[in-house]
Design a protein. Sequence first.
Length: 211
Amino acid sequence: MAELSLSPRALYQDVAELLRERIFSHELVPGSWIDELKLAEEYGISRTPLREALKVLATEGLVTMKVRRGAYVTEVSDTDLSDVYHLLALLESDAAGVVASSASPAQIRELQSLHDELEKEVGNRERFFALNEAFHMRLLEIANNRWRNQMVADLRKVMKLNRHNSLLKSGRIEESLAEHRAIMAALTARNAEAGAQRMREHFKNGLEAAA
């Protein structure tokens, strides 16, 4: 294995990011036991920074620590998924309403540009996934509530654990894109109520596709 290039920040933070990427790619699948000895050897580190990294991931909900059994990649139940989508719908619909009411013309154009890129990437699933998340996170940044942003970021990490990602369902990418068009139409029209409603519908349909 190639040597890891770790940045000057705390070692455990780099290790947490490496593990996070492996969890999101499902190299470490939900429900699987995390072999600390093997990982420490693979990364060429002691178990101390590895355990600190696992604690970080546990606070994010990505890892579950079991007494005398070690760390496991969190499994997302149907109830977990429903709860996460419910909260995301509340938080992001609120953000959409704020953006429709108070975003600058330049910020609306920025969201439109991201949406236009999304339109072009329907046939490229990985690129579509990345742009879809970028659109949602930029909308949140424009709404400018760091506490909401932090909660959404954590919830989206848990959502990524779901093996049946809503966008993987046949036809869902096209449906999601149509929902984004409706959201953008409401934002451009400066209709806060419609923007919030379209966002709620977007997450409702996403949950149905992910279930």
